[in-house]
Design a protein around this ligand. Structure first.
Ligand SMILES: C[S@@+](CC[C@H](N)C(=O)[O-])C[C@H]1O[C@@H](n2cnc3c(N)ncnc32)[C@H](O)[C@@H]1O
Length: 299
């Protein structure tokens, strides 16, 4: 049996009771270690808690070497642990499909995900549009396909959840080209870097999917005892020190309900200014007033 088990957002004890029972009966335990990190527990702490060895599964192992995991699962119970939820902004459908094709039974044990816990900032999950991922720009690679998605979301008044890149076990291009298995230290995108990249692309495109004055909320270390929120404009957040990872950002949509706004006002530096920024931003993409159709006269 292959178990895909969500670990929740922060603590070793965030795993569900059903998840823990499954892990404890598995003979091999893999921890997916490239799309997110468990902030408040190390590999060693998890091993002590589960009473078994934990194998860190990097992108290479999961995407190209999944045969190793499936080979184990053919004969015994194997746990594949995913921080958050196994299907929350992470695609492990490939592993599940491969297991099913090989008639390996699969059981999924869900948990909280950034995709739902983001509601802790006060914005309604109902009012979110497409989620986007912001990757680290390099000198020669500055992808911006997410821009159109923000534009689409904002046109229909919806908030945009921005997930920030993390690089846990990556090789430099030079080391990769030379075939050297040397990995760079882990890197986690900060809120300020994400906002700078947003502003850079808006400057290039100039179609005002958002502006430097668009209100947003920075969400850091969600689900941990160091969870923090900061609301401000994109420009203000481009100068914000968000501290330790993990981080996400939400760009506000036009349909910002007054209760949502009240919640966000708790996290800003200047309540009056933030309120005015939201009112001003809501003018963007405001639909034209509805005009009733003119009745055709039969005569
Ligand atoms: C690719 S997603 C994986 C999500 C995970 N499977 C889940 O269900 O929560 C990872 C990104 O989500 C965001 N994220 C995940 N956990 C977070 C947390 N506790 N606080 C803030 N952002 C978080 C970060 O931007 C991180 O780089």
């Amino acid at each position: 049996m292959l178990y895909l088990i969500g670990l929740g957002l922060s603590y070793k004890s965030d795993i569900t009771v059903r998840g823990l029972e499954a892990v404890r009966k598995c003979s091999a335990v893999y921890l997916e270690h490239y799309t997110s990190i468990l902030m408040a527990a190390s590999k060693e702490e998890l091993e002590e808690y589960y009473g078994s060895e934990v194998i860190l599964a990097d992108r290479e192992l999961v995407e190209t070497g999944s045969e190793i995991i499936l080979r184990d699962a053919r004969e015994k119970d194997v746990a594949f642990l995913v921080v958050g939820d196994p299907f929350g902004a992470t695609t492990h459908t490939d592993l599940v499909l491969r297991a099913k094709r090989e008639n390996i039974p699969v059981e999924i044990i869900h948990n909280a995900s950034v995709m739902n816990a983001v509601g802790a900032c006060g914005l309604q999950l109902y009012n979110f549009g497409q989620t986007i991922s912001m990757v680290f720009f390099t000198d020669s690679w500055r992808p911006d396909s997410w821009y159109e998605k923000i534009l689409e979301n904002r046109k229909i008044g919806l908030h945009t959840l921005v997930l920030l890149d993390i690089k846990v076990k990556e090789q430099s291009i030079e080391n990769m080209a030379r075939g050297r298995l040397i990995y760079e230290p882990p890197r986690y995108m900060s809120i300020s870097q994400c906002c700078e990249q947003l502003l850079e692309i808006e400057e290039v495109k100039g179609t005002k999917a958002y502006t430097p004055d668009t209100p947003a909320v920075a969400i850091s270390r969600l689900g941990s005892d160091r969870q923090t929120f900061k609301s401000g404009t994109i420009k203000e957040l481009s100068e914000y020190d968000s501290g330790e990872p993990l981080h996400s950002l939400v760009l506000l949509g036009r349909q910002c309900h007054e209760l949502e706004l009240e919640y966000l006002l708790e996290f800003c530096d200047d309540r009056e200014k933030f309120k005015n920024d939201v009112i001003k931003d809501q003018e963007f993409f405001k639909p034209a007033p509805w005009v009733p159709p003119v009745e055709e006269d039969d005569d």
